[in-house]
Write a protein that binds this ligand. Structure first.
Ligand code: SAH
Length: 254
């Protein structure tokens, strides 16, 4: 029997935001590997082994998955959202690049998922409809000055920014510092969206402006979407405004 490894994005949380292809890969697996919180989202199947770990040991987890696949198992490595966006797919390929030659011959499939930024954008309207980028605010894997440099460069160039890993108990001050760095380069009225646990029962979405955005609003399940000078806000009586990016831009980026 030849082993197989799928890297599966589970989507943002709701069962109906997981693709049928992801569900099939999970059902076909003999072994599931992933952060326990994400494994808990996958229904238990008799005979299927689960290898849960905490959030910080991605490379070790990737090596375990590759090793199991080499031994003939059908392994699914799970991530939330899309597995290729700040998630396990990179760890798997990093492990393959540095690992034994046999790992390069394995059948590896990456199954795409609905990334948090797409789930958030869909709730709001179409804020990612023109040029945008995604930045992880975590300085666990890259130096903080680089995070800030990229953020300020992207915002200055007119990109809407989807900020992942905006805050956590271990990283309490970074989002405040990031918003402070953006204030000189974006208009005070630029919309800043705090979107927490989107598609889950405790979903919460708040729209502020850069001038009054409170970084304490974010936790580890929050995506912060920072608009651009072009982002349009359509107010509605008694309902959350729509946000969208016009498809054409007349002015050069400020
Ligand atoms: N691979 C994932 C991202 C993992 S990084 C994806 O593609 O979505 C983890 C970060 O993703 C969190 O800190 C948060 O910023 C964001 N996130 C994940 N699920 C979310 C959800 N349901 N609602 C809002 N943000 C979410």
């Amino acid at each position: 029997m030849t082993g197989q490894l799928s890297v599966v994005g589970l989507g943002p949380g709701a069962a109906d935001m997981q693709t049928p292809q992801a569900s099939e890969a999970l059902a076909a697996a003999t072994d599931l590997v992933g952060y326990v919180t994400y494994l808990d989202r996958v229904p238990q199947r008799p005979g299927q082994a689960r290898h849960g770990s905490d959030n910080r040991v991605e490379l070790e987890r990737a090596r375990l998955a590759l090793d199991l696949a080499t031994r003939g198992r059908r392994v699914a490595v799970v991530s939330s959202g899309d597995a290729g966006v700040f998630a396990m797919a990179s760890a798997v390929f990093e492990a393959i690049e540095a690992g034994p030659a046999a790992w390069r011959s394995l059948d590896v499939q990456v199954i795409p998922g609905v990334s948090a930024m797409f789930a958030v954008a869909a709730r709001l309207g179409a804020p990612l409809g023109a040029d945008f980028c995604a930045i992880s605010l975590s300085d666990n894997l890259k130096p903080w000055p680089l995070v800030l440099h990229r953020l300020v460069a992207a915002a200055s160039a007119g990109f809407v920014v989807a900020l992942y890993n905006a805050a956590s108990r271990a990283r309490p001050w970074q989002l405040g510092a990031a918003l402070d760095a953006l204030r000189p380069v974006l208009p005070p009225a630029t919309p800043v969206v705090f979107a927490t646990a989107v598609s889950r029962p405790d979903e919460a979405i708040d729209i502020a402006s850069l001038a009054d955005a409170d970084p304490a609003r974010a936790d580890m399940r929050t995506l912060v979407l920072i608009g651009s000078a072009q982002t349009r806000v359509i107010e509605r009586p008694g309902a959350r405004p729509y946000l969208y990016a016009p498809r054409s831009v007349a002015e050069p980026a400020r």
